[in-house]
Design a protein. Structure first.
Length: 214
């Protein structure tokens, strides 16, 4: 669908990381792991980028989590970092089929702003009576309150620094059970490391749900 959406809240959830909540347009339904295309006018041109849901469900509002890379990030993430409640932008979507789909156990591997779908999918799995494990790599971790809450609810959460090798933490998270779904969210370098780690642990990277942020 195409719609115009208004921001209802912005929270800084870590260094250079913002959770942005929007009023849900009529008719929008989406699952955590799907993404929407948000757009605005910058210097007279329409600019739009994709952002993945970081709320476990879509109700009256929904959320995305935006990471700003001070060195590589560009104009759209800078625009989002400065938005305030009431700002409107265009929305298209939802897109993507690499989303939570009722798996009994979720293992979510996240790099940088991939932590948004990671917390959303883990929360949703626990809400539905399932199990969750998160392996999150970032020099400056975000969403720590939601990660702590997940630990308290019984999820396994490993937070690794940006240079960490994923092999052992991914091997520890994977059980190989029949109802286990493996998810990967992040920029290209992280996705490559995560899929290598799945294979090294004896898992099947082709069966994982993978969303590459670029
Ligand atoms: C399917 C999909 C889902 C996405 N979901 C999210 C999401 O949930 N949250 C989110 O923050 N971004 C997400 N992205 C990335 C997002 O769409 C933008 O590309 C990003 O915000 C940068 O936009 P920009 O205009 O600021 O910079 P651009 O000028 O478009 O990009 C500049 C360069 O910086 C790199 N880059 C930008 N930000 C980062 C970062 N934080 N870490 C590492 N490299 C970076 C990009 O790869 C690119 O090469 C997603 C992308 C895709 C394709």
């Amino acid at each position: 669908m195409d719609a115009t959406v208004a921001v209802t809240a912005v929270d800084e959830v870590g260094p250079d990381t913002y959770a942005i909540r929007f009023e849900t347009p009529e008719g929008l339904t989406a699952e955590p792991g799907q993404f929407v295309k948000l757009g605005t006018e910058i210097d007279g041109e329409h600019v739009a980028r994709f952002y993945t849901l970081s709320s476990p469900t879509v109700g009256e509002t929904f959320e995305v989590t935006v990471g700003i890379d001070p060195e590589e990030g560009g104009e759209f993430s800078a625009f989002l970092a400065a938005v305030e409640p009431g700002v409107e932008m265009t929305l298209a979507g939802p897109f993507g089929d690499q989303h939570y789909d009722g798996e009994g156990r979720v293992v979510v591997l996240a790099g940088g702003p991939g932590v948004g779908p990671a917390v959303a999918i883990a929360e949703r799995a626990l809400d539905e009576g399932g199990e969750a494990a998160v392996v999150y790599r970032d020099d400056d971790p975000a969403h720590e309150a939601r990660l702590d809450a997940l630990r308290e609810r019984g999820a396994t959460v490993a937070v690794l620094d940006g240079a960490a090798d994923l092999t052992d933490p991914v091997a520890d998270a994977l059980t190989g059970s029949d109802d286990e779904g493996v998810f990967v969210y992040g920029f290209g370098e992280f996705v490559a490391d995560a899929t290598d780690a799945i294979e090294a642990a004896g898992g099947d990277a082709d069966a994982a749900k993978v969303e590459n942020f670029g």
